[in-house]
Write a protein that binds this ligand. Structure first.
Ligand code: UDP
Ligand code: MG
Length: 315
């Protein structure tokens, strides 16, 4: 018997794209159902992440016209990652497999066929990987790739050029539920869960309409979260740096004592100035990085809920 697929689509102020996304997902679902690849009970779950426009009204209207579409309304904006998580946790109650996808049609809907095929072959996780970054600006392409390389270098197991377009089986989601972290970086956690996984390659398009809901500031915040929530190597790096500078200062001590006995003591004003500034800077940097982790610990110890559901539209 064909398995039940749920699509989880986070939406934040997406009134410009929702009708088009709905139309295309409907076509895709009908085609997959007619080929008996997915069950007729498959659903699309829109997660309204505290939108300020009429996104939730549109979702309600779509749901009233067609029960293939459902809506989950969060109590307020909690950010993309938490919205996806809320949808996944709701969907896994009924689904055999869940695909998360952005609302803006940047991810290629046609890749869903191949994802479902891979699932039916026995894979638990299918990562959607973009095969080029043609549609990105130079700045975005350069920073994104440098970032992925840096994460890999820090020992974070991450799929290169994969964002949040992925299929996960029910057992992956059951295990994801046990990851209680508040600083959520899904693409770093999913590979930790394990189970057989495979990549599917697709062309990423331009946003269908509207503007990016990830301005640079949010993006930097997200990038920083990714590093500090998954790796403690930056702390070790600081420790190594501190050790190195300490050894260097012993060498400088010997050097200055020797110079003292040769009578060159008036010299060295500039080198003192330089070292005062350099050490001051390094200390502040180190405290800042340690503070970042302590802040994370503080947030994690609170064990706050990561999302709160206000309303769930189902039949
Ligand atoms: N999104 C969300 N909450 C937010 C920001 C974004 O649910 O606080 C959703 C948004 O509606 C979209 C997806 O996350 O479906 C990705 O956002 P966007 O396309 O704006 O990011 P970009 O593709 O520009 O990185
Ligand atoms: Mg987008």
């Amino acid at each position: 018997m064909a398995k039940i697929l749920f699509m989880v689509v986070p939406c934040y102020n997406e009134h410009e794209v929702l009708y088009e996304t709905t139309k295309r997902l409907k076509e895709k679902f009908e085609s997959l159902i007619s080929q008996d690849k997915i069950s007729p009970d498959s659903k699309v779950l829109y997660v309204n992440d505290g939108s300020k426009d009429n996104t939730w009204d549109i979702i309600k209207e779509i749901h009233n016209n067609d029960r293939m579409f459902r809506g989950l309304c969060l109590s307020r904006n909690r950010g993309h990652q938490n919205a996806v998580l809320a949808g996944l946790m709701q969907a896994k109650e009924e689904a055999d497999m869940v695909i998360s996808m952005d609302a803006d049609l940047q991810d290629d809907i046609n890749a869903i066929d191949e994802m479902v095929d891979r699932y039916n072959e026995g894979y638990d996780i299918v990562y959607g990987v973009r095969n080029s970054r043609k549609t990105d600006t130079f700045f975005k392409r350069f920073t994104a790739q440098a970032y992925y390389k840096m994460l890999l270098g820090l020992g974070v197991d991450i799929v290169y050029n994969h964002a949040d377009f992925r299929l996960m089986s029910k057992r992956v989601l059951d295990n994801l539920e046990d990851y209680k972290e508040v600083n959520l970086f899904l693409r770093g956690i999913i590979p930790m869960i394990g189970f057989p996984s495979v990549n599917v390659y697709y062309e990423r398009h331009e946003r269908y309409a509207g503007e990016s809901k990830y301005p640079l500031k949010k993006m930097l915040h997200f990038a920083f979260d990714g590093i500090t929530s998954l790796s403690i190597k930056p702390i070790r790096l600081i420790t190594t740096l501190g050790m190195f500078i300490f050894l260097l200062s012993i060498a400088i001590l010997f050097y200055s004592v020797i110079r003292h006995f040769f009578g060159y003591t008036a010299l060295g004003w500039s080198s003192i100035m330089v070292s005062v500034w350099a050490l001051g800077g390094l200390q502040i940097l180190s405290i800042g990085i340690i503070g970042e982790y302590i802040g994370k610990i503080y947030m994690e110890t609170k064990q706050r809920p990561r999302f709160i559901v206000k309303e769930y539209l189902n039949d």
